[in-house]
Design a protein around this ligand. Structure first.
Ligand SMILES: Cc1ncc(COP(=O)(O)O)c(C=O)c1O
Length: 376
């Protein structure tokens, strides 16, 4: 078998979740909430399930939900998007990213990915026949603009960015957005894929969405995920926003790799958008972040800044000299808490003795996990 992805193995999230389950450890590795979803959403789902909404939806998505997304973007970012031509509902952000790359990247075109990066970007570029150019972020996880500028050549077609950032929890500064704008202006053929799945999960700093940067929106695809926003990662419903010309190309691929997204989930989200208070997400997760950080103060782990997302990075160099993968295995097997090593998000697999905990968990889980972590 001539593998199309010879270097790809089962991803770290699957591996650590399985290890957590095998050793009955508390799973703070994979990024999903363990608490029940909102009763209102359950009610809406029941109601929709009893209606005859079980057949294919239109290819671009539930027309009503497309309008709601367009209205949400208007109210959140003051951007007007045409729901019929500039929005596409996808089977989670993952499919949106995959389909965008497959549709827009041609053979041998280069795509810049900033490491540490979420793991679904590079395989999509490889399968499209493109070349992923992975560039490290600075030590504080800010973009290294000199390096990015230097790395662009006539084959560079796309830059993928992600803020609020998984795994670091950092949010791009205004200065970074200005540098990005300048870079895009200097490189008129460059497309931008902005992964903003954590757009609503921010704390001390404001998230600057590419939806607000009018000079580059005509070359940008912006990705979001209802899975993250409504704590329903298993529903796999996300969406893309972009200019009509690009969305048209993306739809050509979308119609053959999913055609249309889960109908009941879309119909339920469509009703729930009206019931949900989007500004409640920040305080909800801030409370969890603060609880986790306060409980970890007594530990020997060093906490890194967390400005957004539901991930907390910690430095364990005071505790162990094991590499981060081995340390995560030991943490799961010997101490009963699963985490994610950061080296796997880097092409170089650089080990900086930093691991990631997910704090989107109920308080009891966070208390029990931190009790164990504070004993190390
Ligand atoms: C940065 C980032 N992008 C995309 C995704 C995928 O989102 P979805 O579950 O909607 O496919 C995730 C999920 O963890 C993520 O962290």
């Amino acid at each position: 078998m001539n593998s199309k992805l010879p270097h790809i193995k089962t991803n770290i999230f699957t591996k650590m979740s399985k290890l957590a389950s095998d050793y009955n450890a508390i799973n703070l590795s994979q990024g999903f909430p363990n608490f029940p979803i909102d009763d209102n959403l359950v009610d809406v789902l029941k109601e929709k399930s009893n209606k005859n909404i079980h057949q294919y939806m239109p290819m671009s998505g539930d027309p009503e939900l497309l309008y709601k997304i367009s209205a949400l973007i208007k109210s959140t970012y003051k951007r007007t998007v045409n729901p019929e031509t500039e929005v596409l509902i996808t089977a989670g952000a993952t499919q949106g990213i995959f389909t965008t790359i497959l549709a827009l990247i041609n053979k041998n075109e280069e795509v810049i990915i900033l490491d540490p990066s979420y793991d679904c970007y590079e395989p999509a570029v490889s399968l499209a026949g493109g070349k992923a150019k992975r560039l490290p972020l600075n030590d504080d996880f800010s973009p290294n603009w000199e390096l990015i500028k230097k790395s662009i050549n006539h084959s560079t077609r796309m830059l993928i960015i992600n803020s609020p950032h998984n795994p670091s929890g950092r949010i791009w500064e205004e200065q970074d957005i200005l540098c990005l704008e300048k870079l895009m202006m200097k490189n008129p053929n460059l497309l931008l894929l902005s992964d903003e799945v954590y757009e609503h999960i921010t704390y001390d700093k404001k998230h600057i969405s590419i939806n607000t940067i009018s000079s580059i929106i005509n070359r940008s695809i912006i990705i979001s995920s209802f899975g993250k926003t409504f704590h329903v990662t298993g529903w796999k419903v996300g969406y893309l926003v972009g200019p009509k010309t690009l969305i048209e190309e993306i739809k050509k691929v979308h119609q053959f790799n999913v055609f249309s997204v889960n109908s009941v989930a879309q119909a339920s989200i469509n009703s729930y958008v009206d019931l949900f208070n989007f500004s409640s997400i920040k305080p909800f997760f801030k409370k969890k972040r603060d609880l986790f950080q306060n409980l970890m103060k007594k530990s020997n782990f060093k906490l890194l800044p967390c400005e957004g997302t539901y991930f907390q990075l910690v430095d364990y160099s005071n505790i162990s000299s094991l590499n981060d993968i081995k340390f995560c295995e030991k943490l799961t097997i010997d101490y009963g808490v699963a985490a994610i090593p950061i080296s796997v998000f880097n092409e170089s697999n650089n080990d900086n003795k930093i691991i990631r905990f997910c704090f989107a968990k109920d308080d009891e889980t966070l208390i029990n996990a931190t009790n164990l972590l504070c004993k190390i």
